[in-house]
Design a binder for this molecule. Structure first.
Ligand code: NAP
Length: 324
């Protein structure tokens, strides 16, 4: 019998085309919103495999109810929305989409560094609101990137790519926090968190969200940062204590923040972050290039094709747990 795959949002079609060419039946949600937990839990009963989004909560109860699934492929590199331990216990392989979105996400981090440090948002708003009366010698002044120190929290794929861009294009000095020393050609130095906070002009977050990273940047950490520091987050919103961030921006404990991710998402439009002149908030667009999203679509599909054949996934999150 032909195997059935369900994709929980309409994504770029390359992956679905590939799966259909392999003889799979592919259905795609027609909703222009994430499915509710209950909708997806019951929908999954009729399928052999799922391509899920980071907004789909695949928890213990979901997996227990859908233990027939042969493979789940998350359309993201982060997989904090999936209870991977439970999936392993049920022998369900979990895939993700690393590498193919590294460039796109590092570009957004760099963009946020520039936008936040050079006041793009408040300057654009003032022009749009008719406050651009003449060229002004002292308005909208920010800080340069060139020659500054960038502190990277989590020197993995995206963190390393950003480090390369900043070292090569802006001659920035790179310091980083990681679980282990990372070999690199950038003379990047591993430091303790306290040293990173005290010495960085720019801080960019690239750790995955888990129990050890949740709210790792809070009140005490903001107090330790330089007053000219620019904090960028393209990882996950929950890594920052957002109330402490809002306070730090209001009290000018730091210069500015550039956020691609928030807690919660979507961020309600009356959230204080939207009122602040020194915060720029993007609606989680890190991987949103045609190049990355196409490649994610294909990689997510390749994971499904392999999983349904009982073969190793190309990007396999719980490989260690499931390989004999
Ligand atoms: P990655 O290659 O796995 O890098 C994560 C790095 O974080 C690893 O090098 C890891 O170090 C380090 N790390 C983990 N826990 C740490 C801790 N407690 N302290 C210090 N370092 C720690 O992942 P990636 O591909 O760069 O992606 C990073 C994250 O970006 C994803 O998890 C996802 O949440 C987010 N993301 C967001 C978007 C977006 O659209 N905004 C797009 C893509 C990814 P070790 O290797 O030494 O353990």
């Amino acid at each position: 019998m032909r195997k059935k795959v369900f994709i929980t949002r309409s994504i770029l079609p390359d992956g679905a085309d590939l799966m259909r060419a392999e003889g799979l039946i592919v259905d795609i949600s027609e909703l222009d919103r994430p499915m509710t937990y209950e909708e997806l839990k019951s929908k999954a009963h009729s399928y052999d495999a799922l391509i899920t989004m980071l907004t789909d909560q695949i928890d213990e109860a979901f997996l227990h109810d859908n233990s027939h699934l042969k493979v789940i492929s998350n359309y993201a590199v982060g997989f904090n929305n999936i209870d991977v331990l439970k999936a392993s216990a049920l022998k369900i392989p979990i895939g993700n989409t690393p590498n193919v979105l590294t460039e796109a996400t590092a570009e957004v981090a760099l963009g946020l560094m520039i936008a936040a440090s050079r006041n793009f948002l408040s300057a654009e708003r003032s022009a749009e609101n008719g406050l651009w009366k003449n060229w002004h010698p002292t308005e909208h002044i920010g800080f340069a990137l060139s020659g500054k120190t960038l502190g990277i929290i989590g020197l993995g794929r995206i963190g390393q790519r950003l480090a390369g861009m900043c070292a090569h294009a802006f001659n920035m000095k790179i310091i980083y926090l990681a679980n282990s020393e990372k070999e690199n050609s950038l003379s990047a130095t591993k430091v303790e968190l306290s040293e990173l906070l005290a010495n960085s002009d720019f801080i960019s977050l690239h750790v995955p969200l888990n129990n050890s990273t949740k709210k790792m940047i809070g009140k005490a950490e903001f107090k330790s940062m330089k007053k000219n520091a620019v904090l960028v987050n393209t990882s996950r919103g929950e890594i920052i204590d957002q109330a402490a961030l809002i306070n730090a921006l209001k009290e000018n404990l730091i210069f500015a923040a550039g956020l691609d991710v928030t807690d919660p998402e979507p961020l309600p439009k009356d959230n204080e972050l939207f009122q602040l002149k020194n915060a720029i908030v993007l609606p989680h667009i890190g991987s949103a290039t045609y190049e990355a999203r196409r490649a994610m679509s294909v990689l997510a599909a390749k994971n499904i094709i392999a999983g349904l054949k009982g073969l190793p996934l190309e990007a396999w999150v719980n490989k260690k747990d499931l390989l004999p």
